[in-house]
Write a protein that binds this ligand. Structure first.
Ligand code: ATP
Ligand code: MG
Length: 138
């Protein structure tokens, strides 16, 4: 199976497909089940934001590697309305959609690296990674 996928995100079934790809690729690398759940949850949150706030977008999921560690990288991009105040959007409880406002800050806590790039009218890009030391793989 491919360990690099590009997915179109435009519906709730696409969110489920994205999270399953993340879980599968993470499992192939050797992530423990707890991390697989974190990865799948993070992917769901970012993909759901695309569907709700931007209608559609795309997501790339791939393996990244260095000498000591490997990991999973998720890049998400949409051409939706964008986020004018990133600090506000990253704070717990902030939502313009009358929701819980936990998707972005929660996902940052679940991942090892999290970068959000966005501006009003310029779409939104999220790049996030989770790492695993190769020596930890049994
Ligand atoms: N892809 C996006 N495009 C435009 N705005 C976004 C996008 N993702 C997030 N936002 C904005 O950032 C806010 C915070 O997002 P976050 O995911 O943390 O919370 P939420 O989606 O409102 O609620 P929850 O994720 O808890 O259901 C959103 O309410 C929305 O205003
Ligand atoms: Mg959300």
């Amino acid at each position: 199976m491919e360990n690099c996928v590009r997915l179109v995100i435009g519906s709730y079934s696409d969110i489920i497909m994205a999270r399953e790809h993340g879980r599968r690729i993470g499992k192939e690398i050797g992530f423990p089940v707890t991390d697989l759940t974190r990865i799948a949850t993070g992917i769901s949150e970012i993909a759901r934001n695309i569907v709700i706030y931007a209608e559609s977008g795309e997501m790339f999921i791939q393996v990244v590697e260095s000498d000591e560690r490997h990991g999973i990288e998720i890049k998400a991009h949409d051409n939706g309305p964008g986020i004018s105040d990133i600090t506000l959007a990253m704070s717990d409880g902030y939502s313009t959609g009358n929701r819980r406002g936990l998707g972005l800050p929660g996902t940052r806590r679940l991942m090892d690296e999290f970068k959000l790039e966005s501006a009003n009218g310029r779409g939104t890009t999220v790049i996030m990674r989770k790492w695993l030391l190769k020596s930890h793989v049994i």
